[in-house]
Design a protein around this ligand. Structure first.
Ligand SMILES: [Zn+2]
Length: 499
């Protein structure tokens, strides 16, 4: 019996799909147009109807031996309210072949060991779309619609429903040794092998929701004694319920393990380098550079958004603030601006001087930003303390951004009118000695006002530190140790108008 449903994709359609993919500059736009084209009419074929009802791939898309990528392509919504979202827009994600299907086991299960090939970034399957094989002759699944007997139809209906069930949920995602199936919270590590110096192990948790959505990375502890941020990300691991989550959260609470263990501020004591200055890193370098390389590959390249969490280090009396990087890409900047407002800290530094070269991105957030992923940096906590207000600001900020990204239900708690800071002026000490601050973190100062002074070790006043500009004290040195040339304070100047 001849099926009367709309025809399967033809070679002409395939060619058009390929042309669209090749020529489009917008991956998401391409995905939208191709998906809409295929699902715009009401299918009369029962298999098409079943597939349409469940969002599953059609059998000819699931059985072609030459289309491993397209086989698993399905749709997931772009969060509405974001630039580029029309409310009905779709984004393609992929079920990577060979990944374990969702199980009904407990949500909290530790998994470690070598995972499968890492899940590609959300846009990567689109590159494979041009290689997709569509039905093309006898023996190919697509031809059943054109005259195969009913027994074959029954078989294909079963397959269609099986495919529909399998395609309902997102695939697993691997970061380092952690592989998270949908609905699971798993633990693993990014193993940094020994090279010119020692190996290290960076713990990671991956929480995979049951519904499609973006991949958000939360990273802290590049400076291993900025404790409030490390505690906040560590707490978020158990605070996020995979059953309530759309998309995936990758959590890396402590990048700089040696700094934490040895209580060394600012740098990795293994090689003396800041772990937020050597991105995207290289495997031939020292431990900081190797870790940066693997974090770029395992975390940055697999996420859609990243929040890098910091705070005042052991010697920094810091007031909370965020960084918003203005790249010049209006669509990307609009999303990151909304992220920074959703995070909720009421002072925001506008960064316009970050490197533009993805291969010389220097900072973690800038590594994501230069790869087209809207991302922010946030700071809360000070001088070795773990104050509940600081931890809460960081935890609540991350959850609020997740609501903005539609990863959690509910509306974000947005700061409506933050203080925008358009430049940061550093006050350096002219002498070595004992430092005494005369302002607190967050104090507003006028240009020329004393922010602290230095005495020699027998108490004689030898240096007066003055505010280089009017503005807010973002942080001031929290300890008496002061060396000539070291930072006394950072003063943020207030922007005349919101950016
Ligand atoms: Zn830091």
């Amino acid at each position: 019996m001849r099926c009367s449903c709309p025809p399967a994709p033809t070679r002409r359609t395939e060619a058009r799909l390929r042309a669209v993919v090749r020529t489009s500059s917008s991956a998401r736009t391409t995905a939208t147009s191709t998906t809409t084209e295929r699902t715009s009419s009401t299918p009369r074929c029962p298999i098409r109807a079943a597939a349409a009802a469940t969002g599953a791939a059609l059998p000819w898309e699931t059985t072609s031996s030459t289309s491993p990528a397209m086989r698993h392509v399905k749709r997931s919504p772009i969060p509405t309210g974001m630039p580029g979202s029309t409310g009905v827009a779709t984004r393609r994600t992929t079920n990577a072949p060979g990944r374990p299907l969702p199980s009904s086991g407990p949500a909290d299960t530790a998994i470690s060991g070598s995972g499968p090939t890492p899940f590609p970034a959300a846009s990567r399957p689109l590159r494979n779309l041009s290689r997709t094989s569509l039905p093309r002759g006898p023996g190919d699944a697509g031809v059943f619609c054109y005259g195969y007997p009913s027994s074959f139809m029954t078989a294909w209906m079963v397959l269609a429903f099986a495919a529909a069930m399998a395609a309902r949920e997102p695939a697993a995602l691997s970061v380092g040794t952690a592989t998270a199936a949908p609905g699971r919270r798993v633990f693993g590590a990014i193993e940094v092998p020994a090279g010119v110096d020692a190996a290290t192990r960076i713990d990671v948790a991956v929480i995979r929701g049951t519904k499609p959505g973006p991949v958000l990375a939360l990273v802290s502890g590049a400076h291993g004694t900025e404790y409030a941020s490390i505690v906040a990300v560590s707490k978020l691991v158990s605070a996020i319920d995979p059953a309530a989550l759309s998309g995936t959260v990758v959590l890396v609470p402590l990048v700089n393990v040696a700094s934490f263990e040895q209580k060394v501020p600012h740098v990795n004591p293994v090689d003396g380098k800041s772990m937020n200055r050597f991105y995207p890193g290289r495997m031939e370098g020292t431990q900081t550079e190797r870790a940066s390389f693997l974090l770029t590959r395992e975390v940055v390249e697999k996420c859609d958004h990243l929040i890098d969490l910091h705070g005042g280090d052991l010697d920094e009396d810091l007031r909370p603030y965020s960084y918003w990087t203005k790249t010049g890409n209006a669509a990307q900047d609009a999303v990151s601006r909304e992220m920074v407002l959703a995070f909720g800290l009421d002072h925001v530094i506008v960064s316009t001087d970050r490197p533009k070269d993805p291969q010389a991105s220097r900072y973690l957030e800038n590594t994501a930003t230069t790869r087209g992923k809207p991302s922010i940096t946030v700071e809360a906590g000070h001088a070795g303390t773990v104050e509940p207000d600081d931890v809460a600001a960081l935890v609540d900020g991350c959850l609020s951004v997740m609501r903005y990204l539609k990863m959690l239900p509910g509306a974000p708690t947005r700061v409506e009118h933050p203080v925008w800071i358009d430049s940061v002026k550093t006050v350096a000490s002219g002498e070595t000695g004992l430092f005494y601050p005369t302002v607190r973190r967050g104090t507003y100062v006028a240009e020329g006002m004393t922010v602290g002074y230095v005495t020699d070790f027998v108490g004689r006043r030898i240096f007066e530190a003055r505010a280089p500009a009017s503005g807010v004290v973002l942080y001031v040195c929290a300890v008496p140790s002061m060396k000539k040339g070291d930072t006394v304070a950072n003063v943020g100047t207030i922007a005349a108008s919101p950016p």
